[in-house]
Design a protein around this ligand. Structure first.
Ligand code: ZN
Ligand code: ZN
Length: 577
């Protein structure tokens, strides 16, 4: 490591964001230094979540004696040395002075070696009281103990051992996903909690972090535009989590957080999943560093990207395409290996409680990898040629159907809702609009602010073929509606369309509004559970469903159809083994 001393001006710029507040931020600084030193193996050992001890061992280039001493000087950094460089940051860390900050509030032992003779330095409370030769192999071992011992106010802000450990785990997991070429090991009180092999294979790394259930349900994404290259994996909607923490986005090798990117990814899953659930995503984005401003936030996680709209489009289109091409009728295979799936999580995950929040949305989660491969051989087009024949209805809610290949179970509401949803989406595109005049116009009284909001955005309904007029103070009257609005849409449900315009309110986004309108209307127009259907009605529904672009889910992401192959039926009844 070559250490340089940077200008005071730059130091001040950076020092503004200088915060070491939790064990994870110490781990972060030390590990980023190890990465910058070219380490291929990085081991982090915590005691009590890092509160008692943080040790980072790397096999990087190490330091000679002069650098080892200088490394703890304020404003020493190997990474930046003039202001302009802030805009060309490609190495990970840039707050070289973090070591000095850490050393000023703890006790540090560092053994480092760049060649034959190693160096041992000891610092307590910022004072270096020992520099001596040491025998060592190449690399650095740095140990932080008694964090915040001399600043009780900050010590108080450290969270429980479990929370501190969890923060470190989350950080190392994300970092490992961004650096599959580096082998990471994280232990807490001698228990291994994260371990990756450094195979430089992203999918293998995902397996090592998330386990088999996730890694066997990932779709590869690979695409580029003039300014961006994206590569990575996104989970099938059968594997969802209850929070956004598993949207891992990596820009030029750096783990980042960017709401626009997250939204583009999440939007691509629209109609494939329920709201409030999020996919597991690991996406590497490569772009010209001049398009990235990493310095807007002291934690360096938030970034600003120029031409973000292009990137959003690239992500959205390619993820959507991957989902569309790969989603098939979930096979409802009941699998004995179900009980083995959990043990495939390679992690000793006492601390990792959120790993268990994977949502079992379809039975596909239970399928063993071999079976998933089988599914992938099919393509969407095949379903469209299916000739499903209805057998009957269960509890007025599910339809049983068959073809030569096996048996199908449909949720009649979800299936019908999908059919209606796609029908309405198509109607939105048509230029000729059939209109139904209402026998009895419906008048609706609104509050003043709702009335104003509605009138501001009324044009969107006009364009769809609604005839809505002002009718006295804060009152509107609906005189006609598009003809595709059929069953259940003569009375109160019309009012919910007006409400939808109002709730979309101030920052009205037409695309979003139309999508929620289609979802709402298709739900209300669809056959409900506990409704008897005739043979002809079931037959029609089956025919309409297989013609859909995505027959597998309702527009809210619930499954609409499940398949049991003949083989699976035979397996269930032990006709085959
Ligand atoms: Zn519904
Ligand atoms: Zn639904």
């Amino acid at each position: 490591m070559k250490i340089k001393v940077m200008s005071e001006n730059l130091a001040n710029k950076i020092a503004a964001g200088e915060v070491v507040e939790k064990c994870a931020s110490v781990v972060k600084e030390l590990v980023e230094n190890a990465i910058d030193a070219g380490a291929k193996h990085i081991k982090v050992n915590l005691e009590d979540g890092g509160i008692k001890k943080i040790e980072v061992i790397d096999d990087g280039s190490g330091m000679d004696k002069a650098d080892a001493v200088l490394a703890f000087a304020r404003h020493a950094t190997s990474k930046i040395y003039k202001d302009d460089d802030l805009y060309f940051i490609e190495t990970l860390g840039f707050r070289g002075e973090a070591l000095a900050s850490i050393a000023s509030v703890s006790e540090v032992n560092m053994i480092t070696c760049s060649g034959d003779v190693g160096t041992h330095v000891h610092i307590k409370g910022g004072t270096m009281d020992l520099v001596e030769d040491a025998s060592a192999r190449q690399g650095t071992i740095i140990t932080i103990t008694n964090l915040f011992y001399n600043t009780p106010a900050r010590l108080k802000y450290l969270k429980s051992e479990t929370t501190e450990a969890n923060n470190c785990i989350r950080y190392i997991e994300k970092l490992a996903l961004s650096k599959p070429e580096i082998a990471f090991t994280l232990t807490n009180n001698d228990r291994v909690v994260v371990k990756t092999s450094g195979s430089d294979n992203l999918l293998k790394c995902i397996h090592e972090i998330y386990g088999l259930n996730v890694s066997s349900n990932m779709l590869e994404i690979k695409a580029s535009s003039d300014d961006f290259l994206i590569y990575g994996y996104v989970s099938k909607p059968s594997v969802l989590k209850k929070n956004r923490n598993h949207l891992n986005t990596i820009v030029n090798g750096r783990v980042v957080r960017n709401n626009d990117i997250n939204r583009a990814i999440n939007d691509a899953y629209n109609t494939y999943k329920h709201e409030g659930f999020y996919p597991v995503v690991v996406i590497q984005i490569t772009t010209d560093p001049t398009l990235v401003d990493v310095n807007i936030h002291p934690t360096k996680q938030d970034i600003k990207i120029s031409k973000i709209e292009n990137l959003e489009k690239l992500l959205y289109n390619n993820i959507k395409k991957a989902l569309y091409e790969n989603l098939l009728v979930p096979n409802a295979l009941i699998d004995e290996s179900l009980n083995n799936v959990k043990s495939d999580f390679s992690l000793d995950n006492n601390y990792v409680s959120e790993k268990n929040t994977t949502v079992i949305q379809t039975k596909m989660d239970f399928a063993e990898p071999r079976n998933v491969m089988d599914i992938d051989d099919n393509k969407n087009a095949e379903l469209k040629t299916l000739n499903l024949y209805p057998i009957g209805q269960i509890h007025g809610t599910y339809i049983i159907a068959e073809d030569e290949e096996g048996m199908y179970i449909l949720d009649q509401h979800a299936a019908h809702e999908r059919v209606n949803y796609e029908m309405i989406q198509k109607k939105f595109q048509e230029s000729e609009i059939a209109i139904t005049e209402m026998l009895v116009p419906l008048s609706i009284e609104l509050t003043t602010s709702d009335f104003n909001t509605f009138m501001e955005n009324k044009k969107v309904l006009d364009d769809l073929g609604f005839k809505i007029e002002e009718f006295g103070i804060n009152t509107i009257v609906i005189k006609a509606h598009p003809t595709w609005l059929t069953k259940n849409f003569e009375g109160d449900n019309l009012k919910s369309i007006i409400d939808l315009v109002i709730t979309n309110g101030k920052n009205f986004n037409k695309e979003r509004f139309l999508d929620s309108l289609a979802k709402m209307v298709s739900c209300k127009m669809s056959v409900k559970a506990n409704e008897r259907l005739s043979f002809e009605e079931m037959n029609q529904l089956l025919k309409d469903l297989v013609k859909c672009d995505n027959p597998y889910n309702c527009c809210h992401g619930r499954p609409s159809i499940m398949k049991f192959t003949n083989y699976e039926l035979e397996k269930m009844f032990k006709r085959v083994i």
